[in-house]
Design a protein around this ligand. Sequence first.
Ligand code: PA5
Length: 465
Amino acid sequence: MQIKFDFNNMMESSIGEKGISEKDIQAVSEKAADSYAYFEKNRGTGWMGWAELPYNQEEIVRDIIYTAADVRAHYDNFVVLGIGGSALGPMAVFNALCHFRYNDLDQKKRGVKFFVEDNVDPERMLALLDVIDVEKTMFNVITKSGATSETMSQYLIITDILKKRCGKDWAKHIIATTSESKGNLIKLAKKEGFKTYYIPDGVGGRFSELCPVGLLPAAVLGIDIIGLLRGAAEMDKACNSSDPYKNPALMAATLQYIAMEQKGINVSVMMPYADSLKLMADWYCQLWGESLGKAVDFDGNVVHKGQTPVKSLGVTDQHSQVQLYTEGPFDKVVTFIAVKKYRGDVVIANGAEEFPDVNFLCGHTMGELINTEREATEYALTRSKHMNRTIVLDEVNANTVGQLLMLFQLETAYCGKMLNIDTFNQPGVEEGKNATYAMFDRAGYEQKKAELEAAPKKSAKYIIG
Ligand code: PA5
């Protein structure tokens, strides 16, 4: 059940001179092959540790499955405290592979209720506390750095409540997922005796869904994590070539590279035609945006690379965004994700025989309708000569979700190398984190504080109201 990558509508054969020619691909084939070679040479090392996750976690997977069964047997709720790469993957996989109304299902039809708290909005924290009994809740604190203000403040709030409510057993309500060697969470975990999973050193936040960051929450939800990893391995193997025509991720990266560098395409719209993949689009946005949006290249030149990722949902956003995609500027690539077979279908009932303009729908299924609308939108974009491409899944399941995660990670890694930027750092994010520490008077950030104080002040003239 291999995912298919259809890039017809990126090509000049479909959209004329706005498109990419085989010659264009040929012209960058050496660069693409270099990027593939670089990746293969470094996979499993440096920041490319994530590439080996489908193959090197047998023992940890066993432990995770055991822990997940224990959580399901003893708790009512499982709450992830994390942000960015420590939250988006667990949310995307939950959305893809669990029932749409999972938390509302009768308890016998689901496992523990599942929550991901990826913000420090106080109203949201209070709302969570309104609906969970902390004595029956397992909290999974996920932070690679063990220092992120949002996650650590949530940790402090929750541990304070746990201590008051659960007495000496409070630490049993926390599982830490963090770096083995860096940060504060690992120190706290050792001190308090939390069950702990490690985020391997070569696995950055946005590339961490296939390590314990994503595997533990998924296993707690009863998701087939072995199937997820197997799917990722299958995609990895399908991408085992330096020839873009034989490597879907490398072709995807090559086309995006040409689109960005030669066609002025600076927006990448991810548009699944499946509600179950809506949060996969969110996950993709972080992966693509944070990895490729860089001010300097490997040689120290100021380059300001990147492509703005946008999430969109078919068919919902046909009634909001598609007008722009079809008739607006030629600055986007739209990636459709098509699902051939939905996991259930609903027949559109009869009942409008005397209204032909409605009756034409009757007897078809919703699955047929959503897929027909996707094809129709693809046609409209292609007709108006706007670049689009389609990733086709036979069905949404653990295997195809694993494939999809790996496909996008590989595409990102290849494309970053072709752009000659560091795909795996995030100095822009760090800058914001450091400014927060300085404003909160964290020790060691005095210089940053002075810098902030010296920055130009806002003028009242430009604030109205
Ligand atoms: O991709 C990344 O590295 C970031 O988005 C991080 O995941 C995010 O900032 C959270 O960091 P941490 O897991 O260290 O709390």
